[in-house]
Ligand binder design. Sequence first.
Ligand SMILES: Nc1ncnc2c1ncn2[C@@H]1O[C@H](COP(=O)(O)OP(=O)(O)OP(=O)(O)O)[C@@H](O)[C@H]1O
Ligand SMILES: [Mg+2]
Length: 388
Amino acid sequence: MVVPPSNPFTPGQSPRFLAGRTAERRRIQDRLARVATYGELGGPLLVFHAPRGLGKTSLLRAAEAEAATLGFVSVWVACARDQQLLPELAQRVRGSLARHDALGDSGRTTRLEGLTVELGVPGARVQAALGRRDQPPATAPILAVEELLSEAAGLVRAHSGAGLVVFLDELHAADAGELAVLLNAWQNLDGAGRPTPLSIVTAGLPVTPEAITRAATFGERSTFVPLDLLADTDARTALVRTAEVEGVAWTDEALDLVTAEAHGHPYLLQLLGNTTWDAAAPSRGATLTSDDVRRGVPHAQTQLAAMHRARWGAATPTERAFLAAMAAVGDGNVTRAEIAAGMGRDSRGISDPRERLIEKGVIEPVGHGLVRFTLPGFGAYVRGLDEA
Ligand SMILES: Nc1ncnc2c1ncn2[C@@H]1O[C@H](COP(=O)(O)OP(=O)(O)OP(=O)(O)O)[C@@H](O)[C@H]1O
Ligand SMILES: [Mg+2]
């Protein structure tokens, strides 16, 4: 029996083939090379930022795989509002070292354990020492994080590894106090006499640079890199290369259709690739056509509508009023004044819902106070609610 190839498109998961992002990957490679070659910090904090679905996690995951081939031990933390970042970081550092046997039998193990306990006991030292947000963080947790990272990175190096690389995803969700501690620790390591073979690569929503700078003014010296939509050529390559692995091709018209529909949005691209594949149920050697694309589109729309519904459902009444005012203007960039007028408010009175919607990734700022929806079709969805 011939088993048909399985659908290789991955809406919502890391892609099988990461298209484009050459410059971004090079930036990460440069930092890793510096750590590996000189055994020192890999430059300022690297921060990728973009709205939901643009490929931040995918980029970091690709970098993680690459780092492993270069002999790095990596640590991955996805920040979340209801979770303390530093204890989680400490646990993950320990876990990664243990998995890589980098703890070895050196007496330093006990020391690292001490540090992780210090950071890891729920509500213990970090929490107590974070203090008030409007004051600089106390030195104790900063020192503990500094020591944790330099000890761990040193251990990796001592066991013939290239160094330690820490990936922090969803960084916008980190607590400001904890972020301040991390940034201070990083700054101290940068100025320390003993070099630390460590790199930190992070990603978050477009508010991330602001959150970092608010947590510590010198945070502004981090390297901020926005992730853009994929160029059409990269989008096409993603579709072709992903299907090719399963022995399936695309007609040019089908590629034109999907790239036009996806507008370079990586999630949409994977979604449309996925629905086209399901509509065609191709066997090896088959070619996906524009008819397949068209038959798949309604399924993609159903999925998108579910996402629209979920975003609308998670919005408060004031946020909904904000979204409705935006949608009434159209699908492009909308000004503060237009939204305020639509909500019947003063333009200063819309800052709260604006910020929360940006934080949730539903809308994004596009400069000069303008905002737009991050998910295609959301404006039409909201307008449709009005008519219903
Ligand atoms: N360079 C790329 N080439 C092909 N597909 C990609 C690429 N980047 C991301 N994708 C696809 O786009 C979708 C979203 O990617 P990812 O989860 O990495 O985005 P994100 O920015 O982390 O989103 P979120 O903010 O929701 O976490 C996934 O389905 C992924 O497979
Ligand atoms: Mg992500």
